[in-house]
Design a protein around this ligand. Structure first.
Ligand SMILES: Cc1cc2nc3c(=O)[nH]c(=O)nc-3n(C[C@H](O)[C@H](O)[C@H](O)COP(=O)(O)O)c2cc1C
Ligand SMILES: [Mn+2]
Length: 444
């Protein structure tokens, strides 16, 4: 993470805040406003009550994520499918153990870290950027995943382990064996681990190994001090601890990614055994619901839809989720009458959880612009026949009142037989003109 931050800084893409900010609300407020206005990461040099600088939004755009992966931002789905399925090159160990001198790291208390409170009604400060690294209790396969954690004391965090996530399954398995589950919370590990932690990767695959494969080079590890795990040596801050078996305590409320508060609920209890930091460690904060949080989900959902729908239908050009993960937008090259409708149904089958709404557009539409997608809907779709609804079918799983049941599909492609009538007007030169060279200060 530090290398990537330095690269962004060197080309002027890192915003610096030297003014002291309050960890309660102020840092989050500046993050939200700065992200919306500049779309750049922000480094807060001075946060009240802590010596650690705080970095936010470093992974907050499609372009920056593509840069970490060394791929093209505009062809993300195709490139990501290629990467995810690529065999590993060579036999060199992906995760070699190095023994950096102990003096490279220092210990601190949990409460010396930035304790950031984000939304108005949050139950307390939260750690949002930590990737939990743990091992499957039987097989020892390593897993990385994000789980928000509420600060209770220097010894205790309460963590949201949603049902069915791998760490949740590990924890439940350890409990059945009557054991603690050790885990390391990684704050600021190597950049590619951000993606493997967020993406749904098969249960049997080691996500740190995948991170090394994506990085195209080994990730050196170091031993933890308080638990029997090895973690990437370059990780800025590592919170070491263990989940208590058969113990759940109230956590929340917390302002979540959908823009609402999750009420207080019983969640997992993490006993903190120690915190180890790199020299000059930088803390990473992720604002929940910001692009930095939701983009990875949108990208992995889009890539999955692209791969699965392309396996059964021709002509799928690209997929994205806009303006939020519950809406998939698919760009196709129409091949026959009714093609777009088949794509609509295939997307709903390919993505049962997130594709609550699906829009299919032609090749000439910019699917990364919601305005352009709406232009296609408004000029190419007939509400009485091109909008389909599927009643009484669940999507988002955490939905006791069925607020997310039912689906909608919009065929916003031009009628196949009359597609020549829907050619988009174009001004020659508008895409290529160097407009700045035409504009001058007013002559008076
Ligand atoms: C920034 C961020 C925060 C997240 N917070 C949580 C959380 O609090 N609880 C949770 O269960 N999943 C959370 N997730 C989702 C999981 O981390 C994600 O689904 C991950 O793929 C799960 O890993 P797994 O497939 O190994 O279970 C979050 C994801 C991101 C990107
Ligand atoms: Mn996993």
């Amino acid at each position: 993470m530090r290398d990537f931050m330095a690269a962004l800084d060197a080309r002027g893409d890192l915003l610096h805040v030297y003014r002291e900010v309050d960890p309660k609300h102020e840092l989050a407020a500046v993050t939200q406003a700065a992200t919306a206005r500049f779309r750049k990461p922000v480094l807060f040099h001075k946060v009240k009550g802590t010596r650690f600088p705080v970095l936010t939004s470093i992974y907050g755009t499609r372009e920056r994520i593509a840069e970490v992966l060394r791929i093209e931002a505009r062809d993300f789905c195709r490139e990501w499918s290629k990467l995810a399925n690529a065999p590993r090159a060579g036999d060199a160990p992906l995760l070699p153990l190095t023994d950096p001198p102990a003096s490279d790291y220092f210990d601190c208390k949990l409460s010396e870290l930035p304790l950031l409170t984000y939304s108005e009604r949050d139950g307390g400060p939260y750690f949002t950027s930590a990737m939990f690294y743990a091992k499957e209790p039987e097989t020892g396969v390593g897993n990385l995943s994000f789980h928000r954690s509420m600060y209770i004391s220097d010894q205790e965090l309460r963590c949201r382990l949603a049902p069915r996530h791998h760490l949740t399954l590990y924890h439940e398995k350890a409990e059945r064996m009557g054991k603690y589950l050790e885990a390391a919370m990684l704050i600021g590990p190597p950049a590619t681990s951000f993606l493997t932690a967020a993406a749904p990767i098969p249960y049997d695959e080691d996500e740190l190994e995948v991170a090394a494969r994506l990085a195209g080079k080994p990730i050196p590890l170091r031993r933890c001090k308080h638990i029997d795990l090895m973690v990437p040596a370059s990780t800025e801050i590592v919170i070491e601890g263990r989940f208590l078996p058969n113990e759940r305590r109230p956590e929340g409320p917390f302002g979540e990614f959908m823009g609402y508060y999750m009420p207080i609920g019983n969640n997992a209890v993490f006993e903190v055994l120690g915190v180890t930091c790199r020299k000059d460690a930088v803390f990473h904060s992720i604002l929940c619901g910001s692009p930095e949080e939701v983009l990875t989900l949108e990208l992995s959902v889009s890539a999955k839809i692209f791969e699965r729908v392309s396996a059964v239908l021709p002509g799928v050009v690209d997929v994205t989720c806009q303006p939020f993960v519950l809406h998939s937008v698919v760009k196709i090259k129409q091949q026959y009458e009714g093609h777009a409708r088949q794509v609509l149904l295939a997307v709903m089958g390919a993505e049962p959880t997130w594709a609550k709404m699906v829009t299919v557009v032609d090749e000439d539409v910019d699917i990364y612009s919601m305005d352009d997608v709406m232009w296609a809907v408004l000029t190419r779709a007939r509400p009485d026949k091109d909008f389909i609804t599927i009643p009484e079918t669940p999507t988002f799983y955490r939905d006791p009142n069925k607020d997310h049941w039912g689906r909608m599909g919009i065929d916003a492609t031009a009628p196949f037989a009359r597609r020549d009538e829907f050619v988009r007007k174009r001004i020659p030169g508008a895409d290529t003109v160097d407009v700045a060279s035409y504009i001058e200060p007013a002559r008076r």
